[in-house]
Design a binder for this molecule. Structure first.
Ligand code: UD1
Length: 459
């Protein structure tokens, strides 16, 4: 069968052929009109110059290790009391002036968790079964109540999670945040390349693409007009967090205040890594520039090395919470300089006959940008150490470490500690818990709130 192509379609096919990617159209004659239309629409969006750059990246040798030094980390218990108070007040002032937006990245596919839906819809409340999205929304409602101004929520989704996430929020009346209080936008996608630098077809009528990494957030904020919107709404600071952290203290005023006080472009929260083998990235200085290195990039000796205080020398564990100034985000987006990281993966595709192939071992390279690669671009930055048990309980795996079970236990333990600090004995001692405990995130924002609520209950 011969297919007649329009001039534009012919030009598109020619461009792909010249770039050595003409094979993506090899099944055109097997597709119906709608299938062809969909393939043309998809391929029109593929930037062939970028594909060539990605192919060069995949073939490049790994970067030199450089000269690593630990980052300077602020520890709240080592800060003078008045500095801490000043930071808190500064952060509270930012919130009271309505200058802070929350930015949630939720475009990942939750493959390790094995959950069939957006990760944020995963039920996690130890008692209530509240989902991660409900935890976040409860805290945002409480912040609006406490400071008198809302913290609007921006959620980055991807092709993989967008529809289901929109449906989740819509069908639950935007979780009480108002439709204007939540904005969902899609991140970009990136292709995978085989060992010859060729695009893969996931089906005869579709090129394989995957979310381009959380570092795609800068480009996506710009492309969807959100940076302009943030400016127009006076939202000068962005509190960035990941969908998988059940303990995240969204828009924590101390962090925002320290970041703002240092006129920082981008700041990071870290927890002290105690187990050298823990799989978190660490904030370091490489050749003088602040950076996150992934655990896989550190040598065994570097992972184990300790300073004179007995702490791991490279122990500032990245918990993927950042404060980002809106104008810095714009600078990063406009610069378009964040590198792509390569990962070898087994990518299902169709072969030259159109038959499906499910490779058992890696057959292609996927490309992702990482948000923390913007850190070296900021002149000033705060790296704030926080207590793991108060702020970091990621849900990554279905079982074992970093699973729903460990996150629920962390929520229960934190609730117990907050109650006990307020003088309310809940009859639990030590780390092992006998029953589940949960504090409504809208009712109590922090330990001090438990005391306040108790006073209200018995004046
Ligand atoms: C990440 C960090 C690691 C940090 C750890 C803390 C990287 C490479 N590493 O690890 O330094 O210590 O979190 O928990 O990020 N996402 C998108 N779009 C994408 C990919 C991911 O929005 O294209 C979102 C996910 O929905 C999730 C977050 O980014 O909210 C983290 O992604 P994930 O790939 O699970 O990060 P980790 O490898 O676990």
């Amino acid at each position: 069968m011969t297919i007649s192509l329009s001039e534009d379609e012919r030009a598109l096919v020619d461009r792909f052929e010249q770039a050595g990617q003409g094979h993506v159209f090899r099944f055109l004659d097997r597709l119906d009109a709608a299938g062809r239309e969909a393939l043309f629409r998809q391929t029109e969006e593929i930037d062939l110059t970028r594909v060539a750059e990605l192919a060069a990246t995949a073939g490049a040798p790994p970067r030199a290790p450089g000269n690593l030094e630990p980052a300077t980390v602020l520890r709240p218990d080592e800060l003078p009391g008045d500095e801490l108070r000043e930071a808190r007040e500064r952060g509270e002032d930012l919130l009271a002036r309505g200058t802070v937006a929350a930015l949630l990245v939720a475009g990942g596919q939750a493959t390790r968790l094995g959950y069939d839906g957006p990760k944020g819809a995963y039920p996690l409340g130890p008692v209530s079964g509240r989902t991660l999205f409900e935890w976040f929304a409860g805290r945002l409602r409480a912040l609006a109540d406490r400071h008198g101004r809302p913290v609007p929520l921006y959620v980055m989704t991807s092709e993989a999670t967008h529809e289901a996430t929109v449906e989740y929020f819509r069908s639950r009346d935007w979780l009480g945040l108002g439709e204007e209080g939540v904005k969902l936008f899609r991140q970009g996608m990136a292709p995978a390349l085989d060992d010859d630098g060729r695009l893969l077809l996931e089906s005869p009528g579709r090129v394989f693409v995957a979310p381009n990494g959380h570092g795609g957030v800068f480009e996506a904020l710009q492309e969807h007009g959100i940076l302009d919107e943030l400016d127009a709404r006076g939202l000068a600071e962005i509190f960035y967090f990941q969908v998988d952290n059940a303990l995240v203290r969204i828009a924590d005023p101390v962090f925002l205040g320290l970041h703002h006080g240092a006129a920082a472009g981008m700041s990071t929260k870290v927890v002290e890594k105690t187990d050298p083998a823990e799989k978190v990235g660490v904030v370091v200085r490489r050749d003088g520039h602040l950076e996150v290195v992934e655990y896989s990039e550190l040598s065994e000796a570097q992972m184990e090395e300790r300073g004179p205080d007995g702490r791991l020398r490279y122990g500032a564990g990245n918990i993927a919470i950042h404060a980002i100034r809106t104008d810095f985000a714009r600078r990063v987006a406009e610069g378009g300089e964040l590198p792509f990281h390569c990962a070898r993966k087994a990518v299902p595709h169709v072969d030259a006959d159109g038959a499906p192939v499910r490779p058992a071992s890696p057959n292609a390279t996927k490309f992702e940008r990482f948000v923390f690669d913007a850190l070296p671009l900021t002149e000033s930055s705060v790296t704030l150490a926080v207590r793991r048990e108060e702020e970091f309980a990621p849900v990554k795996n279905a079982e074992g470490s970093d699973s729903p079970e460990t996150a629920r236990a962390a929520l229960t333990n934190r609730a117990r500690r907050w109650c006990e600090e307020a003088g309310l004995s809940v009859g639990l001692h030590g780390e092992g818990v006998a029953f589940d405990l949960e504090l409504d995130p809208e009712f109590v924002l922090d330990a001090a709130d438990v005391r306040r609520r108790l006073r209200q209950a018995s004046p």
